[in-house]
Design a protein around this ligand. Structure first.
Ligand code: NAD
Ligand code: MG
Length: 409
């Protein structure tokens, strides 16, 4: 039995923890060879002690001495690395066959692209890289035979519901590079992404004006990092996911719908032209999606229990409230506008969410700042990575400068 060596990028985060949990359940077939984190050396060292990787990377270069000394003091043979370039090189190098892309934000783009360019099995959680550079990332993966498995629960659900790709779905690709990702073909009428609605489902704008960071990160169904938790509370997360679904499955925004489903048991649905709808259901636990990512087309134990529908009793659905949660509308508009607009949406949102988490702006300033950046920076053609990076940078500058016009509440 061969062992699949895995690089977990964003190992100290929520997805990283779930990935390492699944890996540890399969010592005969899965091994964490590379662990990478942003700046928390202590947390990375604790993971190294437990999972004994060959390589550990801290993106923040200032953390290098502490990482190296900590590994030495613990008597571990793990090699210490630091900096974004080392992280990207390890994602692309022979040190791993599989990459779990679980860094939060646009900071994950370079390593995700590097893994795609090196033809890895790519468990893609870092949705921001798809929003920022989706066409480029998908083209790079296709050209190099990378096998992308979406880890976002909704996209993982659609991945499971769509029929397996035919060899002809990859024009001219050698058979051994068969595409893993199914394309939504003409027989798919639409896909429906479900949304929990977040902690403020049913709230009015007036009530939303006063919410605190602590309230916003307390998600009712999922345990996640702070940025995606705030995105879930504003519904920007669903907006980013609409753009993500467009790139992954090749559908226009008009054929991607969103349905609020507070129980978070139906993870998404695919409607076919014959009237059939297929859905994937399960408990809200990311280990299911990660197990799919590691083993597909096989299925392996993930540690997640089965779904007892009798115990849950009901499944409710309602439309999203775009008046109270304009971020979803803004994301559809950015997808429709195309070019650099999704990059601007994502960058302005990252600045706004970070400022909100620091208590510098109120909750309703998040959509206001994103809308302002989209209006101020009209979309340009996005035909290169440089153009996208430039748009990302300009949107960050624009949103940062606009922060002072917003008060905490
Ligand atoms: P998190 O905040 O819990 O973890 C983020 C990880 O990224 C940490 O390990 C951190 O050290 C690392 N990191 C941050 N900045 C970095 C940098 N500049 N360089 C290298 N590493 C850096 O976030 P999370 O909830 O695990 O989410 C990770 C990604 O997965 C996000 O893109 C999120 O949208 C996506 N996602 C998460 C969930 C979930 O359930 N948590 C579900 C779907 C998608
Ligand atoms: Mg999701």
């Amino acid at each position: 039995m061969t062992v699949q060596t895995v690089a977990v990028l964003g190992a100290t985060g929520s997805i990283g923890a779930s990935a390492l949990d699944v890996i540890a359940r399969h010592p005969q077939t899965l091994r964490a060879g590379v662990l990478a984190a942003g700046s928390n050396v202590e947390a990375l060292l604790a993971l190294c002690l437990r999972h004994r990787p060959e390589h550990a990377v801290i993106a923040d270069e200032g953390g290098f001495p502490a990482l190296r000394e900590g590994l030495r003091a613990a008597g571990l043979p793990t090699r210490a690395h630091a900096g974004a370039a080392a992280l990207t090189a390890l994602a692309a190098g022979p040190e791993c066959q599989t990459v779990v892309a679980a860094i939060v934000g646009a900071a994950g783009l370079d390593s995700t692209l590097a893994a795609a360019g090196a033809g890895k099995r790519l468990l893609l959680a870092n949705k921001e890289s798809l929003v920022l550079a989706g066409e480029l990332l998908m083209a790079t993966a296709d050209a190099n035979g990378a096998r992308i498995v979406p880890i976002d629960s909704e996209h993982n659900a659609i991945f499971q519901c769509l029929p397996a790709p035919r060899p002809a779905d990859r024009d001219g690709a050698p058979a051994d590079r068969a595409r893993c990702l199914p394309a939504a073909r003409e027989d798919v009428r639409r896909i429906v992404l479900t949304a929990s609605g977040g902690p403020f489902r049913g709230w009015t704008r007036e009530r939303l004006a006063g919410v605190t960071p602590a309230q916003a990160v307390a998600h009712p169904k999922w345990s996640m990092g702070p940025k995606i938790s705030v995105d879930s509370a504003t519904l920007m997360n669903k907006g980013l996911e609409v753009i993500e679904a467009h790139h992954l499955f090749g559908l226009p925004g008009a054929r991607i719908d969103v349905l609020v489903h507070p129980q978070s048991l139906v993870h998404s649905l695919v409607e076919f032209v014959d009237g059939s709808t297929l859905a994937q259901l399960g408990l809200p636990d990311m280990r299911t999606a990660l197990a799919i990512g590691f083993a597909w087309p096989r299925r392996i134990e993930s540690g997640v229990g089965g779904l007892d529908l009798l115990a849950h009793g009901r499944l409710d659905f309602e439309p999203p409230d775009l008046a109270a949660f304009p971020c979803l509308r803004l994301a559809y508009a950015a997808l429709e506008a195309g070019g650099t607009a999704p990059a601007v949406l994502n960058a302005a949102n990252e600045i706004a969410v970070s400022a909100f988490l620091q208590g510098r702006i109120g909750f309703l300033s998040i959509p206001a700042l994103v809308e302002d950046a989209l209006a101020a920076l009209p979309p340009a053609r996005a035909d290169s990575l440089d153009v996208l990076r430039e748009a990302d940078l300009r949107a960050r500058r624009h949103a940062s400068a606009a922060l002072s016009r917003h008060a905490p509440h």
